[in-house]
Each structure stands twice: as structure tokens, then as C-alpha cells.
Design a protein around this ligand. Sequence first.
Ligand SMILES: [Zn+2]
Length: 249
Amino acid sequence: MSKASDKMDLSPQARKLIDQHTRAIETQGDEIAKKLTSAGTVIAASCSILNLRARYMGAAGEHFSVQEYEGLQIVDALDERLLRAMKAVLAGYVERARKKPDAKALELLHGKLAPGPKEMPQYPVGYMVHFMLFSAIQAFEPLAEDGHGFETPALEIAMVHHLLAILDKYVVTREKPVTRHFSDVAREYSVVMRLKCTCGAEKFDVKLQALCQSSAGEPYDRLDLQCKECGTQRSITFDLPHFKDMYQI
Ligand SMILES: [Zn+2]
């Protein structure tokens, strides 16, 4: 582990934005959870929760570019809050309603609405999961109209379980400290992929990945990057709060 004091911290403005929108997501989630009366309303509610992303993307884009390091950190942090809130809403409904999905209907949805839980990467990043859920909901409407031999309510119950299976698979990777650590590292590369150079290119090479320690003793990763287009070099850092948990298995 190399000692370095060049760890990048999020600005107070970025932290404030995360806090504000976290509260908005949680309030919205609680409000929505009270109004769920059927699987159909859960699907509509899922859509409104997913649409909250447009708000914080807009807010992050106003103050930071969403293709810059800080903007990406904000969006990723809020994507996680949103997906956790959505999981809580869906899991709460499923627990109260106690309606088991028809196995055949669920199989139909897993097949027709792929990529589903089976095709997900081991450590998915929030924005990918958001996109999967959004695409599944969009594709569900024509599928439900056709019916494929099922009544709409049966398909809707199966759909709630399909969405929940995707959310579960993501949330599990963010709950245990060890899987959280691996999913944090997987996210680092997804940030590099989305990062835009001042020359306009989105093609950074990772020249070096170094595990460092802040003066306060917190582990973090430093990635040294070089733009493939113009050659500009820069470094970005990522907190690894769960690195130490790796040794406590
Ligand atoms: Zn460049």
C-alpha cells in the first residue's frame, strides 16, 4: 500500500446534492408505498420511481458535468439509493400481498424481457440495473396486451417478481461488505468508461491502479489515466471503505 495524500474528496456542494436527493427519493418511496393496491399499481409506481433519476441527473448536470468525475460519483451514489428504495417498495408489497407468481408466467417474462436476473453481470453498477428495469417495463406493456395465454393480473404479479429478482441481485452485491468491496472496484472501471476528456473523447486508458492509504489511514484506489486521443494524463481516486473487511472473512 503506498502512502499518498492526493485523495480526491467530494465537494460540500456534491455531498449536499446527494443528501437532498436521497431524502427526496426516500420520501417519494414512502408516499408511493402507501398507495399500492394491486400488482398493476406496483408496476406504475416502479415507473415513477425510475423516473426520479431524470431529476438528479438534471441537478447534477447543472452544477457538475455528468461525464466528469464528481458528476459520475453523485449519479452513482443516487442510483444506488434509488434502487434500494425501489427494492424496499416492491419487497414490502410482495410481503403484504402474499401472491405467489405463476411459475410459467415468470419463466415467460424472464425469457421475453431478457436481459433479466440470469444475464446480469456479477457486480452490476446502478445505472446498468436502472436501464434493465426501465427496458423491462417498456417491453412489458405490448407483452401484456398479447397475453401469451395468461390473464393480465397473473402477468402483472409475475412482472413484480421479475423486477424484484433484478433488484435483489443488485442489492445483495451492495449489502455484504466483501461483495460490496468487489462491486466498488467494478464500478471504478465503469466510471473510467463514462469519463469524458476535455478534448471531447471518452477513451481513457488505465495506466496504473494503485492501492493507497490516506493520511487518516483510509484505503483508496488511485487510477492513473491517459486519454487515447490527446494523451492528457490525469488521476482519479475511489474510496474503498470495505477493503479492510476482506481480511475478516
Ligand atoms: Zn483527450
